[in-house]
Write a protein of this length. Structure first.
Length: 994
């Protein structure tokens, strides 16, 4: 069957000319194309369908008025549909302001600066015609964004000084860019000398003669140009009453042949046509006549040589066009109206036709046509009519378009739709009646009608219908309905209602019964209402809620239905049950110490989110034994009635205190009993004390002697730790032994006691303890060193040194020093290496480093810039306060003229905790003045007071006044002090205003 694939049938009659063949299809709906390559001929007949459809159109949308660049293509536009302006690109000006809405996805057109947006346009030749988006598309279209340059330019004439005299021509016109201006005459100018002649107007090296045209590309400047006058002749063409200026052709060679010109293009005379030249100016041409193109010889004998334009009145021809309107009822066929009326007037008189020799050219494609109900319009335009013929210049033809629209109105055809009636008693099922007919359809058109009326509930309604306009169009018909009635009467069956109850554990939320009540109603508008008290009823079950346990209640229900005679009633329970919570307290244990044992942990599990309680573990156990760790509870943001509490209490256990064992060690510092006076044993006595301020009592004693290892140790065991609930403080002491020993006891009952016995002998060692004292006001100036070096001197010779720091407490001891040398007692002294900024004094083994904190003075000088108190408002004194690191020190100066407005804050600390103090001053506000405070070094301050701006101070006008000097000074001070000075001025001015 492949051989049939290229066959194209003839177009069926009645289809529009534009319809195109779209191929062969298997079905009338054209849903599946027929494939000649794969299909085979069946045994029976084969039916395939040719598809004809209007063409798919394309729109090319340029993005600039020149049409350059890549355009936007809409290549699937439906035939006989308009382009919607919302699908066009958005148009914005050069600042981004939207000039024309559209689809941003289609692009954005930017109108250049100095241009005015006109609209989207078609382009015919070099002419842009704005596009009407209501236009129905029947062919491909190209559109341009049309915008025009809105700048205007001028043309100016100049005559250089000394070269000519007389008034220069003035062109008052404003020109658009690239338009043309007529070159004006220089008739008002006088040449600079009698032997010179005007050559024209010069611009950019080009000389233009009067009557010429110049293209305006900017503000144009034309300069008068003169040259030597030749011995020659010339000719003048006079417009003779027409618009335009004389045309002079000179100089021309004497006795030269000249070709007579045609009418200059800028000459015109309304209602007249040009009929040649004549040497006489009168309308009858009494002189000699010349036609354009004639050859004449010019000389100086009959100068001036002047030819006058001859004008004859044009014949006025008026063509009057009036479009017509035709109204026809819809008949299913395409109908049309192409009629318009034409009238003629010649020189104002109505005539049956055009003058002989003239022909009216009329449009052949203006027709309003359509098939469906609508108003169809085609528009006549004057430029569609033209007149042709011989000697057209003798006629002034105007086309007067009285009514441009040719319209065709197709009105709706009347049809009547009728449905059937029926009735029954209410049974919960719909009552329907299927009869539906239509009368008045145009022959060949059809619809599908279905009666859709339905009445289920008691009542009466129209038997409505649905209609499918199969091959007909609804808009082409005026439908009149003749609807039947469907009537349902009431039922006597009893209506019942049921409601399901519910129970919720308390969770802090409001709960309602989960399921709405149900009824036995077969249908209809059943009204179900709910109540807690059978007094106030609501239809929304979810509004009847219970949140707390105490809110549990009975929900009553009632139901009514207009299809039933009775009101049904019922009820159900809504219950909130207590939520379970567990309170847990902590456990702990300890040995008896006479103090209460407590454990503060108390927590609750199961509280509803957002609710809270205050729990305090209150259990306490002091004596040996065990008890519950009880609690107290405050229901802060919760209600006890909403919870069922389970206790999980911890235990507090106190056991017997363990016995105390006191260990004692004896240490001998006697050079291994060098003196031979160490005893064989000693007695250690144990004492107790119930509190630091209580009396000390003897407890027990034991004897210590050296064991096999030579250690002197012992232990007093099984001692009580507490007595009467108070922990016992134990201490030890040895019985006195040889007085040449001195004992030293350290330790406690927990860690054991160590008793060290030292011996003092003549041939032994000494200790040199060194202590440093700093007299520097707690390092006020911050110059104290991190360390010092102490030298140990024995009999005048340095034998040792030590670097001491603050971590050592500025103390040190040189130990184990021999007391004697060669039978003489050694003299030990100390010295300190020099410490910068300090004076050092040594008293025995005490070192005193002294540094006096640095003191400074702050000087204050007051300046008045008020023209020597010209306004008489300067005070007798001012008060200046001293600030240290921004804090008022309480110190102040009172400055007066007697002390030359100067003062000193003396004996001031320079440092504080090692950081230099930043001093500043502030003056009490002086009425009528602003104060500017300047200091370059932080110790010398200059306060300048100037009158407030706006005060009535007269400033001399000599340029030497102090007021002017003050203004310059303020500028300098502002530059130096920055924003702080400006802020201070504004603040004080604001204070005075308030």
């Amino acid at each position: 069957m492949v051989s049939f694939a290229g066959y194209e049938p003839s177009k069926p009659a009645g289809l529009p000319d534009v319809y195109e063949f779209k191929g062969w299809f298997k079905d009338e709906a054209f849903s599946e194309p027929f494939n000649f390559a794969s299909e085979t001929m069946p045994s029976n007949d084969l039916m395939i369908y040719a598809k004809w459809a209007p063409p798919v159109l394309k729109a090319t949308i340029h993005q600039n008025v020149e049409g350059t660049g890549s355009p936007i293509i809409f290549d699937e536009l439906p035939y006989e549909k308009a382009i919607h302006p919302d699908t066009m690109p958005i148009v914005k000006d050069h600042q981004g302001i939207v000039l024309s809405d559209g689809d941003e996805n289609a692009g954005v057109v930017t109108v250049p600066e100095h241009h005015t947006w006109i609209g989207w346009a078609k382009k015919v030749g070099d002419t842009y015609i704005t596009y009407n988006f209501n236009t129905i598309l029947v062919e491909d279209i190209v559109l341009y964004p049309y915008y025009v340059d809105n700048r205007v330019y001028s043309v100016s004439y100049f005559g250089p000084v000394g070269e000519s005299s007389g008034p220069l021509p003035v062109d008052h016109n404003k020109y658009a860019k690239n338009s043309f201006a007529n070159i004006m005459s220089a008739s008002g100018l006088t040449p600079p000398s009698i032997d010179q002649v005007f050559l024209g107007w010069s611009n950019g090296g080009i000389v233009y003669r009067p009557g010429d045209k110049i293209k305006v590309t900017d503000n144009m400047q034309l300069f008068a140009t003169w040259g030597p006058k030749p011995a020659a002749t010339g000719i003048t063409y006079n417009p003779n009453g027409a618009t335009g200026e004389e045309k002079k052709y000179s100089p021309l060679p004497n006795n030269a042949t000249h070709t007579v010109i045609d009418k200059p293009s800028d000459w015109s005379k309304d209602g007249y046509y040009f009929d040649g030249w004549n040497t006489a100016a009168d309308a009858d041409g009494s002189g000699k006549s010349f036609s354009p193109g004639a050859k004449v010889m010019l000389d100086n004998v009959n100068a001036p040589n002047v030819l006058y334009a001859q004008w004859k009145k044009c014949i006025s021809v008026e063509i009057i066009i009036t479009g017509t309107n035709k109204s026809l009822p819809y008949n299913g066929l395409e109908q049309s109206n192409d009629e318009y009326k034409v009238k003629y007037k010649v020189n104002g008189a109505t005539v049956p036709g055009l003058p002989e020799g003239l022909t009216l050219n009329e449009p052949t494609d203006v027709v309003a046509k359509g098939k469906n109900v609508d108003t169809y319009t085609d528009i006549l335009s004057a430029d569609q009519f033209s007149v042709t013929g011989t000697e057209m210049y003798k006629y002034k033809v105007t086309v007067n378009l009285i009514e441009p629209d040719i319209t065709l109105e197709i009105t709706k055809a009347p049809v009547t739709i009728t449905t059937g009636s029926d009735s029954k008693a209410y049974d919960g099922t719909p009552l329907t009646e299927g009869t539906a007919t239509i009368d008045g359809l145009v022959e060949g058109e059809s619809v599908t009608l279905s009666a859709t009326g339905s009445q289920t509930d008691v009542g009466e309604s129209d038997n409505t219908y649905s209609i499918t306009w199969d091959n007909a169009t609804a808009a082409n018909y005026e439908v009149t309905d003749s609807l039947g009635k469907l009537k349902v009467t009431a039922s006597t069956t009893e209506l019942t209602v049921s409601l399901e109850g519910a129970s919720y554990p308390y969770d802090g939320d409001a709960h309602a019964l989960p399921n709405a009540a149900t009824t036995t109603a077969l249908g209809g508008a059943t009204t179900i209402e709910y109540s807690k008290d059978e007094d106030t009823w609501v239809t929304d079950l979810s509004t009847l809620t219970a949140t707390n346990v105490m809110d549990s209640c009975t929900i009553y229900v009632r139901a009514s239905n207009p299809n039933y005679a009775n009101v049904a009633k019922g009820s159900a329970a809504l219950e909130i049950t207590k939520a379970p919570v567990t309170i847990t307290t902590g456990s702990d244990s300890k040995a008896y110490d006479g103090t209460p044992l407590t454990e503060g942990t108390a927590r609750i599990a199961g509280l509803v989110a957002g609710e809270s309680v205050t729990l305090i573990a209150t259990g306490s156990q002091t004596e040996v034994g065990e008890s519950d760790n009880t609690y107290s509870i405050t229901w802060d943001k919760a209600k006890a009635s909403n919870y069922k509490v389970t206790d999980n209490l911890g235990k507090l256990t106190v056991t017997d205190a363990p016995p105390v064992n006191v260990k004692v060690e004896k240490v001998w510092e006697d050079q291994n009993n060098e003196a031979g006076i160490r005893p064989d044993s000693i007695t250690i006595n144990l004492y107790k004390q119930l509190g630091e301020d209580a009396p000390i009592a003897f407890v027990d004693s034991m004897k210590l002697e050296a064991n096999a290892d030579g250690k002197w140790t012992g232990e007093l065991s099984d001692l009580n730790k507490y007595e009467d609930g108070v922990e016992i403080i134990y201490s030890v002491e040895e019985d006195e032994i040889d007085s040449r020993y001195y004992p030293y006891v350290k330790g406690d009952a927990s860690n054991g006691f160590v008793i060290t016995n030292y011996i003092v002998l003549s041939e032994t060692v000494v200790v040199v303890p060194v202590e440093t004292t700093w007299d520097d006001a707690d390092n006020q100036d911050g110059i104290r060193p991190d360390s010092i070096t102490i030298e140990l001197i024995a009999d005048g010779k340095v034998i040792d040194s030590k670097e001491i720091t603050e971590a050592d407490g500025w103390e040190w001891a040189f130990k184990d020093l021999p007391k004697f040398k060669d039978g003489k007692e050694i003299v030990y002294t100390i010295a300190q290496k020099q410490v910068d900024g300090y004076e050092t004094a040594i008293d025995g083994y005490d070192v005193i480093n002294k540094h006096a904190p640095i003191k400074i003075s702050v000087n204050v000088t007051k300046h008045w810039e008020d023209q020597d108190n010209k306004a008489g408002i300067r005070p007798d004194s001012i008060t200046v306060h001293l600030f240290a690191d921004g804090v008022d020190t309480g110190k102040k100066l009172v400055l007066t003229e007697q002390v030359e407005w100067k003062g000193v804050f003396a004996d001031l600390d320079k440092f504080k905790k090692g950081v230099e103090i930043k001093y500043s001053v502030k003056e009490d506000e002086v009425d009528g003045y602003t104060a500017e405070i300047v200091s370059n070094d932080g110790v010398d301050f200059s306060i300048t007071n100037c009158p407030v701006l706006g005060e009535e101070i007269v400033v001399p006008t000599t340029g030497e006044s102090r007021g002017i000097h003050w203004m310059m000074g303020i500028g300098l001070m502002v530059a130096g002090a920055g924003g702080l000075l400006l802020i201070e001025i504004r603040r004080r001015k604001a204070a005075r205003k308030s």
